[in-house]
Design a protein around this ligand. Structure first.
Ligand code: ZN
Ligand code: ZN
Length: 570
């Protein structure tokens, strides 16, 4: 439908807005068919947007029209839930305009032209009968040659870093068309004609993809753009992506202060613990002393074969602790389903939450726990030292209870497709990071019968190290993209001041050179939630209840903290 003629029914503002949200999402999925597929909306699985001038014109028109339509609503008359939806939609539309006109990553970041994930998903994810998925796959694939022709016309002075990564990723994804597709067709009930058509399109697609990466490799790129975003673009991207109440510069200042605070606390705990673990004198150098103590505590880890059971065992302990301390209500009818990591996720180890997509109401939420089966002993040892007995508990708090999983259960109680689709990452990650601190503040890790109910000093030291990681990620991201931090300075920050292993720090440098703002979402959300808690405490004085604060905070769903703040302080 045409949005300029969008006939808004008269009447209740919220009812009209609910209708509008449906139109909004439908328009959005039509404009972004591969995004739609990725979140489980499969109506447009058979198309692919060719990224040419015309598609950018359509994208700009989409956002302008919906922005106009949005102005027809009176924000003040909307319910709390709809107010936040309104803000999130408005941000999404403005951000679209900015990305097309100002950020222009479509010119300088060739990794935006990697299609393998989109196509792999259609083969691996069993949302529809295989034959249907393959027919959509085939139609979508028919756009690939035009897609890469448009990509070549778009690219201007790309950064060296994104160009190299794009070549690697896009070539790496060729197996989807060269191997996986053929296997799937073999298992299907497609006719011989259909099979032949797919085979022909696959050959054309493979040729187009190979031609594109060859073109990238041979590109005469004398004046590549710097991978640094620059201060102005960075501030804008930070504002659109995180929708924080703080500017990037303010968050950076807070991260510097937090780093200093954490170093002070780490030194204090190290001094306190030293004689318990070492007979020798403590090194003069503060960082050397802290680092030795961390290394010593990292030796306390489970055996490779016990990794999964150790994680599983902690879930009921976390729930019992939260109940005992009355920290927030945990819905007993929504127990977390712990499962062994499915095969297609294997090799990642650790633990992660898989939640059903916003259009998949039947799906279960799982806690995937990785296994270290088949890892060589050196790799397993290094991993287990990283996820030692202390950090493993913090990981469970973050991923499961009361972190991501609990937040998700609360978010599902005020269902909003807008919030599921445009959910605010700073809020989501910030909550998980906040709960790590909150659990320790309440004594998590102490033996229940211990004379004091404080979390053990060892637990605190490892927590500080863990928290230092997100703090230094923020410092790194800002210093690199809004400043001029080079690799040597970055390594010094991560290895010397954040106690990271060389390999982890190298990986972080690669990540910061191809992403922007992403690394800040943890610390930004954490900072905002801690600041909000202080504000609410001050306002409510002796009436402040931590449980009420948590439950109210989570009741608004995955909205930006600055809007939750407005509603909580009102
Ligand atoms: Zn060991
Ligand atoms: Zn997380």
């Amino acid at each position: 439908m045409s949005l300029t003629s969008f006939g808004l029914p008269v009447g209740d503002e919220d009812a009209r807005f609910e209708e509008f949200k449906k139109t909004y999402l439908e328009e959005m999925w039509r404009t972004y068919p591969t995004w739609a597929s990725s979140i489980g909306y499969h109506k447009y699985d058979n198309t692919l947007v060719v990224p040419d001038d015309e598609s950018r014109r359509v994208e700009l028109a989409f956002s302008q029209n919906l922005m106009m339509a949005l102005t027809h609503f009176e924000l003040a008359k909307l319910s709390t839930a709809n107010k936040t939806d309104y803000h999130m939609m408005e941000n999404q539309l403005k951000s679209t305009q900015w990305a097309v006109k100002d950020l222009r990553a479509w010119e300088w970041d060739p990794t935006t032209y990697n299609l393998s994930g989109t196509f792999a998903e259609m083969l691996n994810n069993d949302y529809e009968p295989l034959d249907n998925r393959l027919r959509n796959f085939s139609q979508r694939m028919s756009y690939i040659p035009a897609y890469y022709e448009a990509a070549k016309r778009n690219i201007k002075n790309p950064t060296k870093e994104h160009t190299e990564l794009a070549i690697e990723q896009i070539n790496g994804g060729l197996s989807v068309f060269e191997m996986d597709l053929g296997e799937a067709v073999g298992k299907s009930g497609l006719t011989n004609d259909e099979r032949a058509a797919i085979k022909k399109r696959a050959a054309e697609s493979i040729a187009a993809i190979k031609a594109f990466t060859k073109w990238l490799k041979e590109l005469d790129n004398k004046t590549p753009r710097s991978f640094r975003l620059g201060k102005d673009l960075y501030e804008m991207k930070f504002a659109y992506d995180l929708q924080s109440g703080f500017t990037a510069a303010q968050i950076y200042e807070r991260a510097l202060a937090r780093k200093k605070e954490l170093h002070g606390k780490m030194y204090e705990v190290t001094t306190q613990l030293w004689s318990k673990y070492y007979k020798t004198a403590m090194p003069e150098d503060t960082f050397a002393a802290i680092s030795q103590m961390i290394n010593r505590l990292s030796e306390e880890h489970v055996k490779p074969g016990d990794f999964q059971s150790a994680i599983e065992k902690q879930i009921p302990e976390l729930i019992a602790f939260i109940k005992r301390k009355d920290l927030l209500y945990i819905d007993p009818s929504k127990p977390l389903v712990v499962r062994r990591e499915p095969a297609y996720m294997a090799g990642v180890a650790g633990a992660s939450i898989s939640a059903p997509g916003p259009y998949d109401k039947e799906g279960n939420t799982y806690y995937n726990v990785g296994s270290l089966d088949g890892w060589d002993s050196a790799k397993a040892e290094s991993y287990l030292r990283e996820y030692n007995k202390y950090i493993l508990q913090i990981l469970n708090i973050h991923e499961a209870i009361p972190g991501h999983y609990t937040q998700l259960v609360y978010a599902n109680q005020s269902p909003s497709l807008i919030k599921s689709v445009l959910g605010n990452n700073a809020m989501i990650e910030g909550w998980a990071v906040y709960t790590e601190l909150m659990m320790l503040e309440n004594g998590y890790g102490a033996r229940p019968m211990a004379p004091t109910q404080d979390a053990p000093a060892e637990m605190w030291l490892m927590y500080y190290k863990w928290n230092l990681r997100s703090t230094c990620n923020t410092i790194l991201d800002y210093s690199v993209h809004a400043g001029n931090m080079d690799k040597a300075q970055a390594m010094k920050l991560l290895v010397n001041e954040a106690f990271q292993q060389q390999a982890e720090a190298e990986g972080k440098w690669r990540r910061v050179s191809v992403t922007q703002v992403q690394l800040c979402c943890y610390f930004t959300g954490f900072t905002e939630i801690c600041a909000l808690r202080e504000e609410v405490k001050k306002k409510e004085g002796t009436k402040f209840s931590l449980k009420k604060f948590h439950e109210r905070f989570l009741s608004y769903g995955s909205a930006p903290v600055k809007y939750i703040r407005e509603m909580m302080l009102n």
